[in-house]
Design a protein around this ligand. Structure first.
Ligand code: BGC
Length: 493
């Protein structure tokens, strides 16, 4: 009987998590889709590179704003309502982006859509973490990361499917596609319950117990209720916005901001979004080959994120982090070497570059990808979990923007004179208002990759001191550990 009930619970929880994780699909899709749309709307609107940059950056700015202003809101009105708000914005934002009659409207639409990306990127993992049984928490939050990676892949494929060189408006359907997952998230969330933790924080014990009974192992229901009560009692005097910055939570804040710093500063998005360029630099001919290279990156990303789902609650967060980060450092050093010696490596170098990009992505996908979102959703105490995880998410978007903004500058800074790699590309030319073949000196990214490797090494040291092993530890026990002044390294199930 007990076994049967557990099987049922697990099934239900997976369904709940999968629906909520659709927010991840939208995150991946909406951040990825722009790269394929750019060449089309640039010509359609006849706009300069800097205007294109404004449109791209608008999404990022929206995400920062979205994460910044809704963390506290999710502590006040609840996780579910905040995700519902995000899903409505996703739907309207997708229609608005696809419909935009001019560049300024597109900026506004992308900014608006960015809000939803920022909101969902912390509220969805938070929702999943709070509604999962302890034993499955890591796995279920990783579903969010899995859907991010699927979203990125789908965006490449949709770009490929709709890209039509004879139709300048073919960027519009690329954006419209985002309406579908938006509606799924909206309708799905309407039927899902609030999290038992949030309900409890509002004194709604009966409802909290009802939800817990559906999802938690039977023996754990009353234990969780009691622990939540104790935690809330101890926190009574210290709820509120400023609490998250108090000394007893300093370590937790360092964990949340730190994990996002390292997730972004190993250069993940330079590989994800510039991979077509990277493949062209190493000598694969033409933009199409570049895009197929990117698709291969997307596929490796999805496959290894699936693997992470099986590993994260088994071998634990810390081990995965050290394995993943070591692999990332190794592949970045290797990639740097391939670029540094590319002239003498010839054709072999081309293939080595691809293989090391795949290795890099694989190690990221089993570790820092899912771990970033997981940690920010589980390390904060209940009273400030919404605001806390939104600070984590905000840092993610901020560091993401910083890396994107500095990548080409870092490449340039570390390029030894005379080692720049030259490619011939069809690019937009403002003077003639058309796409023409141009010669581009890309610099040499070897130094940039070594720079990211160096940050990865610092990340290994940081992780040793600051990463807790939260596998199998209930959210309530994690909270207690901080209250007792425990070090991250000493947390154990
Ligand atoms: C990161 C994104 C990244 C993606 C790649 C996410 O965890 O936050 O910046 O593009 O992983 O899979």
């Amino acid at each position: 009987m007990k076994k049967e009930q557990n099987a049922y619970n697990k099934h239900l929880v997976v369904v709940i998590a999968a629906i909520a994780a659709t927010g991840g699909l939208l995150f991946g899709f909406d951040t990825g889709v722009i790269s394929g749309a750019i060449p089309f709307f640039q010509q359609d609107f006849q706009i300069s590179d800097s205007m294109v940059e404004n449109i791209t950056t608008a999404g990022l700015v929206g995400a920062v704003i979205g994460a910044m202003f809704t963390g506290r809101l999710s502590d006040i009105i609840g996780r579910k309502k905040v995700i519902l708000i995000a899903s409505v914005i996703f739907v309207i934002g997708a229609i608005w982006s696809g419909w935009a009659p001019n560049d300024y409207t597109l900026i506004a639409a992308r900014l608006f859509l960015g809000l939803a990306i920022g909101i969902s990127s912390f509220s969805v993992p938070l929702y999943i973490a709070e509604i999962s049984p302890t034993r499955l928490r890591g796995r279920l939050v990783s579903l969010f990361q899995l859907l991010i990676t699927i979203g990125i892949l789908v965006s490449y494929l949709s770009d490929l499917a709709f890209a039509d060189n004879n139709d300048l408006s073919s960027w519009r359907p690329m954006f419209y596609v985002g309406v579908i997952p938006g509606i799924i998230l909206l309708i799905g969330m309407l039927f899902l319950p609030e999290t038992p933790r949030w309900l409890m924080s509002k004194g709604r014990e009966t409802e909290s117990r009802q939800v817990l009974k559906k999802i938690e192992e039977p023996g754990m229901v009353e234990v969780s209720i009691q622990q939540m009560k104790d935690d809330l009692e101890k926190d009574k005097s210290r709820a509120g916005l400023s609490e998250v910055f108090k000394p007893w939570l300093r370590t937790v804040l360092i964990i949340a901001v730190g994990i996002m710093f390292f997730q972004q500063f190993v250069g993940i998005n330079t590989v994800i979004y510039y991979s077509p360029k990277i493949f062209m630099i190493v000598g694969f001919e033409g933009a199409r080959a570049g895009i197929w290279g990117a698709v291969s990156v997307g596929v490796v990303n999805v496959i290894f994120t699936v693997l992470s789902i099986f590993l994260i609650d088994k071998i634990g967060r810390r081990k995965l982090y050290f394995i993943g980060m070591s692999g990332i450092v190794f592949s970045l050093l290797a990639l740097g070497a391939v670029f540094a010696f590319h002239a003498s490596l010839g054709d072999l170098g081309k293939w080595m570059a691809i293989v090391f990009v795949w290795v890099y992505i694989a190690f990221f996908a089993i570790s820092l990808g899912p771990l970033g979102w997981l940690f920010i959703s589980e390390v904060f105490p209940l009273r400030v979990r919404g605001i806390g995880s939104s600070i984590g998410s905000l840092s993610n978007w901020f560091f993401n923007g910083l890396v994107a903004f500095t990548f080409f500058k870092i490449v340039k800074l570390f390029t030894v004179q005379g080692t720049g790699i030259v490619t011939h590309e069809k690019l937009y030319d403002a003077a003639t208002n058309s796409f023409i073949m141009q010669t581009v000196n890309n610099g040499n990214p070897a130094g940039a990759f070594w720079f990211y490797a160096f940050i990865g090494i610092a990340g290994l040291v940081w992780g040793y001191f600051f990463l807790p092993e939260t596998k199998g530890v209930s959210l309530e026990k994690i909270e207690e550990h901080w209250r007792n002044g425990g070090k991250p390294r000493d947390l154990k199930a």
